[in-house]
Design a protein around this ligand. Structure first.
Ligand code: G4P
Length: 533
């Protein structure tokens, strides 16, 4: 017997980092992503990701909807190598293309980078995504961006984030600002200051840094006596009144290491990337029915967290994104789909390098691969060599937009139902019913408006049924668990509506946050759940 395969597995796991960036639109996610690729050597001149995205819109067989809207629905995963690490950066669609995929992507990650604008702190979208990370107790590293322009007081920012999110913050780097602006960061753990060279090309290439120990006399000359005095005071305050570094708390998502920088000028990006990769966890164990799957298990296992439908009617094939959880994947491998017990060849496995697709020969725990799918796979599906592993699945998150779905042709009702069922299985949209009405008109729910556009487009193009949506005025929803009479009583209140999901679970819709809070106060023993039970 040889331990070689186990050793290779252990080595691959130790080198893997799989994470997602959570942020509000415009905080700089695209810019930071690009800079991570720049530092990772996957691109050589920043500016190319955006440029390539624009160029592709003009030339490729990009799906019609994407072209019409000028956005990217096909978010995926970017892979690059950096200082011996194999990094999988999962792309979380954020702008108009925010959808359930964004939430689901987080389930495939082992840690998250929370990107904040130095003037705006925690914004709504960040909070929504943070809530999902918190639910999963995911380690979160914070990068405060745009420090090249004046922002709020960093001490205030730390306490605001802590109060807003109920999260401890440990600043690892601290911004140094003098009359010339943002000139460097202090690295608290290494007790040194990193001073940035001026980047003459607006951050297109790597930035030079000069390192000076915090207690070296020349530091006063380098940054100015007054700036040094302020810096020492602030660092002193952080040392005495701030949260100490605590690996365990970081690992459980209750303490977030914070870094300051500017994705635009590259200032602070490198120290962040170093520390993040050194301290973020590698592939974590994943809960499955009646056991936990360890990344070191030799059996190949994985789950589908996203299905990318090809909207070109001429190519009905799809790509299923599979997160490998254990074992060694080799191209051509077969696995058993737990839901059906059937064996499946994982065809045309691909990975994604700076947005280019490349065929792959192998993959390890933490990696995400795209496999060709002809409609067999669904979001949340578990794959394994033995067929006995069923991951506990990806929760369905409470939608924020609701609409009745109407078709002008009642004879094609069946097509609508088939389309909705399949699209719901694929995870494109959620479907609900009002049970009391005979011949119910389904109600669709989504976390982003784009999901509705995609839905209508696909119903018409793939199922031949043009439909219309009649929006409902509800913005909040919770699954409700408890005695039936109590749920019924609660439904009576103002600005509420009760629906049933495909499994018969009750979901209550509210017009606004107030209606929701009021209901929670009245609720007695009922449970309010943000994700489907
Ligand atoms: P997003 O993906 O999170 O939505 O943000 P994105 O990177 O597209 O950045 C949003 C805007 O913020 C962009 O400006 C970008 O240049 C700017 N930005 C990103 N990082 C920094 C930073 O560190 N400092 C400063 N000062 N600005 C930053 P834009 O004018 O909307 O677009 P563009 O014309 O620059 O591309």
């Amino acid at each position: 017997m040889t331990d070689e395969p186990q050793e290779a597995l252990g080595e691959a796991i130790a080198r893997r980092r799989t994470f997602a960036i959570i942020s509000h639109p415009d905080a700089g996610k695209t810019t930071l992503t690009e800079k991570l690729l720049l530092y990772g050597g996957a691109i050589h001149l920043a500016g190319s990701v955006k440029a390539r995205r624009a160029a592709r819109h003009a030339t490729s067989d990009w799906m019609a909807l994407e072209r019409q809207r000028g956005i990217s629905v096909t978010s995926s995963v970017l892979q690059f190598a950096y200082r011996g690490y194999q990094v999988n950066l999962l792309d979380t669609p954020g702008h108009a293309d925010f959808s359930e995929d964004t939430y689901r992507t987080l389930v495939a990650a082992d840690s998250a980078v929370m990107l904040l604008d130095n003037r705006r702190g925690v914004e709504e979208r960040t909070r929504q995504l943070f809530d999902v990370c918190k639910m999963r107790r995911m380690p979160i590293f914070t990068f405060v961006n745009k420090c090249d322009r004046p922002g709020g007081n960093p001490l205030q920012l730390v306490s605001d984030v802590e109060a807003d999110l109920g999260l401890g913050i440990h600043p690892v780097t601290w911004p140094i600002v003098n009359a010339a602006g943002f000139i460097g960061v202090a690295d608290r753990r290494r007790r040194e200051v990193l001073l940035f060279g001026k980047s003459g090309d607006h951050g297109a290439t790597l930035v030079d840094t000069r390192c000076i120990p915090l207690d070296e006399a020349s530091l006063a000359d380098a940054i100015g006596a007054e700036t040094l005095h302020t810096l020492r005071d602030e660092l002193d305050l952080l040392d005495h009144a701030g949260h100490p570094w605590d690996e365990d708390a970081i690992r459980h998502g209750t303490l977030s290491p914070m870094f300051f920088g500017s994705a635009l000028t590259n200032f602070g990006v490198e120290p962040f990337l170093h520390d993040f990769l050194d301290h973020a966890p590698g592939p974590l164990p994943r809960p499955a029915e009646d056991r936990e799957v360890l990344p070191t298990d030799t059996e190949l296992t994985g789950f589908v967290f996203k299905i990318q439908a090809n909207m070109d009617p001429k190519h009905r094939d799809r790509i299923a994104f599979v997160r490998i959880c254990s074992g060694h994947f080799v191209a051509g491998a077969t696995a058993i789909l737990a839901r059906t017990g059937k064996s499946l060849r994982l065809v045309q496995p691909q990975q994604f390098l700076a947005r280019e697709r490349v065929a792959i020969e192998e993959a390890w725990p933490g990696d995400v691969i795209g496999v060709h799918d002809r409609g067999t796979l669904r979001v949340s599906d578990s794959l394994s060599t033995s067929g006995t592993v069923a991951f506990t699945g990806i929760p369905r998150f409470a939608p924020q937009f609701f609409a009745r779905i109407l078709t002008s042709d009642p004879l094609r009702r069946k097509h609508v139902d088939t389309g909705l069922r399949q699209l719901a299985e694929e995870g494109a949209v959620q479907v609900f019913y009002q049970d009391s009405v005979v011949g119910p008109i389904p109600i669709v729910g989504a976390v982003g408006m784009l999901q509705f556009d995609v839905l209508l487009f696909r119903l018409e193009n793939e199922y031949g049924v043009p439909c219309k949506l009649e929006p409902l005025p509800y913005k909040k929803a919770r699954w409700i668990r408890g005695p039936e009479d109590a749920i019924e009583a609660l439904t009576e209140g103002r600005a509420r509506m009760r629906l049933f999901d495909a499994k018969g679970g009750s979901i209550l819709l509210f017009e606004d946050e107030w209606a929701l809070r009021h209901a929670m106060e009245q609720s007695g023993k009922l449970e309010f759940l943000e994700a489907a039970p």
